[in-house]
Design a protein around this ligand. Structure first.
Ligand code: PEP
Ligand code: CO
Length: 459
């Protein structure tokens, strides 16, 4: 415990956030039931371990230095109903395919982080919703309540915290089993070939790349006279927005032989753009945990505020501890990002720069669908890359909302989803996701960008 003093601020406790204003928390009708549930949650086994968390932090430190690259992606919001094998495997496959493309383009080792196994709570713009004169609590994600518009469905139910923990455990268990069973084995990329790739205009490019990797692998194995064992598994980490602080606190633990407190509900929690107030409860909670932490950085924010948040969240200036997830939109990034990079560089803060090109490029179409355009997403990504490079900083990661399924939620991409197509397979309860094909195409576009930059730097 002695060492805790050095890594944990002296005035911090897992519950110290409760003395601060906490945005985006549900109001439970019966606080006694909530307390009972939280006590149960606090006794259940952790979902991840501190050494996995520390490994990830070390890998993220590599991304800060430009030696690795982070791919983070998944649903805007997981739903309890989608906790089934097909959906989970499809998500894993698209992330594996994207990471293969990115390894090829960047020549860096990839860090794979899913927005899954706990991404069940959502920040909302209002506390209530009114339909035909009836006002009910807003839907805040499956961890809190249900989307249907009736009072029983919308009333926050603490039992859902336990159901969410269990679904997270089921998801992470299946992912670990797939990975350990060789699902990610580079000798068998056909395990993760999925139909959309075969039918897509990108099929030929993808197949060529997979064949070339297979050939290199065979060559290496011929030369070394053995099987390259490391090629049959990859690390996969989990992440979610740390929004419901009671839930996060219940899973915050100390562990034997390591100082400090860990949030063991996930490897890599992040703080949303709406809950990052310097004096608010979320920053108070996050400043005390040892996990690497993501911070969404978007409108409205001043450069000095970003520096102050870095000081609060990473007082020891550990590389790999803090990732700034930029989300300014294709229209805003050119003006907003440079002063932030300059302020961070002046303050010499070791941050991992990551681009979320999704959240500030959202629009509502004439026919009422919340959507995002492929071109705008790509444009923000390209601009983030260029601006950081001009400042001798490094884009170390990307953050996407995506699914392996053939949904029609975002417009554009080589397969040409149009506004009129959106109704065909629009399934997201919250934000629109890239479908498998759009996600893979995005990875190809980013890989080309990184390859070009590598060649330019070598020249
Ligand atoms: C999200 O990542 O789903 C989200 C709500 O993002 P932000 O906090 O950037 O708005
Ligand atoms: Co979202």
């Amino acid at each position: 415990m002695e060492c805790n003093k050095t890594v944990t601020p002296a005035d911090w406790r897992p519950e110290s956030w409760q003395a601060k204003p906490a945005a985006q928390q549900p109001v439970y009708p019966d606080s006694a039931v909530l307390r009972t549930v939280l006590r149960q949650l606090a006794c259940l086994p952790p979902l991840v371990t501190s050494w996995e968390v520390e490994n990830l932090k070390q890998q993220l430190a590599g991304a800060v230095m430009g030696e690795r690259f982070l791919l983070q992606g998944g649903d805007c919001s997981e739903s309890f109903a989608d906790c089934e094998s097909g959906q989970i495997a499809a998500k894993l496959k698209i992330l594996l395919q994207m990471s293969l493309v990115l390894v090829h383009g960047s020549e860096k080792r990839l860090i794979r982080v899913g927005r899954f196994a706990g991404q069940y709570a959502k920040p909302r713009s209002a506390d209530t919703e009114t339909q035909a004169g009836v006002t009910l609590p807003v839907y805040r994600g499956d961890l809190v309540n249900q989307p249907g518009f009736t009072a029983p469905e919308r009333t926050p139910d603490p039992e859902r915290l336990l159901r969410g923990y269990e679904r997270s455990a089921l998801t992470i268990n299946f992912i670990r089993a797939l990975i350990d069973g060789g699902f990610a084995d580079l000798h068998h990329p056909e395990y993760w070939d999925i139909d959309f790739v075969r039918n897509s205009p990108l099929a030929a490019e993808y197949t060529r790349m997979v064949d070339s990797i297979r050939e290199s692998l065979q060559f290496m194995e011929t030369v070394t006279g053995g099987r390259l064992a490391d090629m049959n598994r990859v690390d996969f980490y989990t992440s979610h927005e740390g929004l419901l602080l009671h839930y996060e606190q219940a899973q915050t633990r100390t562990v034997p032989r390591r100082p400090g407190w860990y949030n063991l509900s996930t490897h890599f929690p992040w703080i949303g753009n709406r809950t990052r107030s310097l004096d608010g409860a979320h920053i108070e909670y996050f400043r005390g945990i040892r996990n690497p932490v993501g911070l969404k950085v978007g409108d409205p924010i001043e450069p000095e505020e970003v520096v102050a948040l870095c000081e609060r969240l990473n007082p020891l200036d550990e590389p790999g501890k803090l990732m700034l997830i930029l989300r300014f939109g294709a229209e805003g990034i050119q003006k907003q990002l440079p002063p932030i990079i300059e302020a961070i560089q002046r303050a010499k803060k070791p941050v991992l720069w990551c681009c979320d090109p999704m959240h500030k490029n959202t629009e509502v179409t004439g026919n009422g669908f919340k959507t995002r355009r492929f071109d705008k997403i790509l444009s923000e990504l390209e601009q983030a890359y260029a601006i950081l490079t001009e400042h001798h900083a490094i884009l170390g990661g990307v953050h996407f909302e995506l699914t392996g399924d053939e949904v029609t939620e975002c417009i554009g991409g080589a397969s040409g989803v149009t506004e009129a197509d959106l109704h065909r397979a629009y399934r997201t309860p919250v934000d629109p996701r890239l479908n498998g094909e759009q996600a893979l195409e995005m990875a190809f576009r980013l890989a080309r960008l990184m390859k070009k930059e590598r060649q330019r730097a070598k020249a």
